[in-house]
Write a protein that binds this ligand. Structure first.
Ligand code: FAD
Ligand code: NAI
Length: 478
């Protein structure tokens, strides 16, 4: 006898669990199956996907601890606090991180109970479609059970891309999973890929004392970010001792019990070797459609292996949707969640909505980097006339008081309409400050609107205010 639901969500990451909760709130009978990639000691499915288990949350826990360590080592003294030489107990740091992960992943189980979402333990795969009294249903295999559902949301996420021929054992050669669990600070850490994971995890282990070298294939640093932000970030990271080598090509990678030896060619064709005790490979992620049996039902994938969807996350199959990292767009937890909510609301006949133009990006380095909307180079390339207001944190009393005056806020607004087209922040608490830019852009605000809003004093948000004023060349404190 099969289990029957209105909706089966395949995958319990941010896209899947949020879609399941929202659909249940809207009155659907919902099940979510999770293949339990992140081993639970009791063998129970762990919800939260990459984000809670081996992504956003554990990495931010380590970033916080390592930031405090670095402050204690280098920042406290100039404020007159003498603590001696701090010592990092890596085991304790990892245990704290694991406790946070456990608390949050079990919290989602609680949310499922509260919202009456059935949690099914097992890998979901398509079996077929069958005609039933109440309309056609999708048949899915989940573990040993056959499940029938009128609608299916594929939210199977992504996994780390590996270098061909270089085995990831998560001991010597790590992807994101091992990078979050290194048991002792390595003396020399090599990272391949200066993207978001490379910079965040490279920062964690550098702050704790590792000599970190990041090898990046692209000749340009942080190509996705605004060009001014990328320049400032490169300058600050170099000063911190994060060695980033751009425009390289990886050759032979030799791995032994002792470490790695990486041959690479530089921009000029010069040949080099980098020896390190550990290697983190962070060269992007690939969509996860393993064992989904997409071909069994003709679920269309694109050339990048992502499930092909329209702007409303509809696939080519009736009643089958896909959200999150398994579809195109930025691989971000909040984007996955937005799509999950949108799909649940569309299923209920509501006007589900996801504004892909106002999805913020954050890199949790120190200083933090955050942006929303267009970069200056994108506006130039598109031939859009714009004005810019840029104010440094060094002109802000709160930033100085915090001992954190690095970076700036830059607002880009349309020259003709004054509408805000992009907000870029590099500096303390950029991850929180960017929300003001998101709200402004979501409501179609002009820089003049932000300039007219009262900002509390003394706060870092005053730099956003001043940048808005600077769009009209009338900053008050710079
Ligand atoms: P996932 O979180 O990958 O979840 C998919 C789930 O589906 C998994 O639990 C998997 O086990 C399960 N599954 C797969 N196939 C099946 C199947 N056939 N049947 C049943 N279950 C299946 N994003 C941010 O926004 N902010 C951050 O700070 C951030 N930090 C990150 C740090 C790291 C180190 C990494 C790796 C990622 C980070 N991300 C961050 C990205 C974020 O984790 C992902 O964008 C997000 O988890 C995607 O959610 P998802 O639900 O689409 O997929
Ligand atoms: P990424 O796409 O951010 O960066 C990968 C980098 O590796 C790129 O700069 C690329 O040019 C480089 N690269 C690719 N192949 C290479 C090669 N062979 N040799 C050298 N360099 C090579 O991917 P990353 O860092 O693995 O992270 C994956 C995704 O996870 C991110 O894109 C992001 O969506 C998400 N994430 C988000 C975070 C956040 O929101 N703060 C934190 C961490 C991850």
């Amino acid at each position: 006898m099969s289990k029957q639901y209105d909706l089966l969500v395949v995958g319990g990451g941010p896209g899947g669990y949020v879609a399941a909760i929202r659909a249940a709130q809207l009155g659907f009978s919902v099940a979510c199956c999770e293949s339990n990639a992140y081993a639970d000691p009791k063998g129970e499915p762990r919800l939260g996907g990459t984000c809670l288990n081996v992504g956003c949350i554990p990495s931010k826990a380590l970033l916080h601890t390592s930031h405090l360590f670095e402050e204690a080592e280098h920042g406290f003294a100039e404020q007159g606090i003498a603590v001696g030489t701090p010592v990092i107990e890596v085991g304790k740091m990892l245990a704290r991180k694991n406790a946070i992960v456990k608390q949050l992943t079990s919290g989602i189980k609680g949310l499922f109970k509260k919202n009456k979402v059935a949690l099914l333990n097992g890998h979901g795969s398509f079996v077929g479609r069958k005609q039933a009294d109440g309309g056609d249903v999708w048949q899915m295999q989940v573990g040993d059970d056959l499940v029938e559902a009128k609608q299916v949301i594929v939210a199977t996420g992504s996994k780390a891309r590996h270098l061909p021929g270089v085995l990831v054992d998560n001991e010597i050669v790590c992807d994101n999973v091992g990078a979050l669990d290194i048991a002792a600070v390595p003396k020399r850490l090599a990272v391949i890929g200066a993207g978001v994971i490379g910079l965040e995890m490279g920062s964690v282990w550098r702050r704790l004392g590792a000599e970190v070298t990041i090898l990046e294939a692209l000749p340009e640093f942080l190509a996705l970010a605004d060009v001014d932000v990328a320049k400032e970030a490169a300058k600050v990271f170099a000063k911190q001792g994060l060695r980033i080598i751009l425009g390289i090509e990886i050759g032979d990678v030799k791995v032994s019990q002792k470490g790695v030896s990486i041959d690479y060619t530089d921009k000029e064709g010069g040949e080099h070797r980098l020896d390190a005790d550990r290697l983190i490979v962070s060269i992007g992620r690939i969509p996860n459609t393993d064992g989904l049996a997409a071909e069994q039902v003709g679920l269309q994938l694109n050339e990048r292996g992502q499930v092909e969807v329209d702007a409303h996350c509809r696939t080519n199959l009736p009643g089958v949707w896909a959200v999150g990292d398994v579809v195109a767009g930025p691989m971000l937890a909040h984007k996955a969640m937005e799509e999950g909510v949108m799909v649940a609301e569309l299923m209920a006949g509501q006007a589900g909505h996801c504004n892909f133009d106002t999805i913020p990006w954050v890199i949790y380095t120190s200083p933090e980097i955050a942006w929303v909307g267009k970069t200056e180079q994108q506006l130039k390339a598109a031939g859009i006339a714009y004005k810019a207001g840029k104010i440094p944190f060094a002109a802000n009393g709160r930033a100085l008081g915090m001992g954190d005056p690095t970076g700036f806020v830059k607002i880009l607004a349309c020259a003709a309409s004054d509408r805000i087209l992009g907000v870029h922040v590099i500096g303390a608490n950029a991850s929180e400050l960017i929300s003001e830019g998101v709200v402004a852009m979501e409501f179609g605000a002009a820089s003049e609107d932000l300039a007219r809003i009262c900002h509390a004093h003394p706060t870092l948000s005053e730099v956003v205010h001043e940048a808005a004023l600077a769009c009209d060349k009338r900053p008050l404190h710079f």
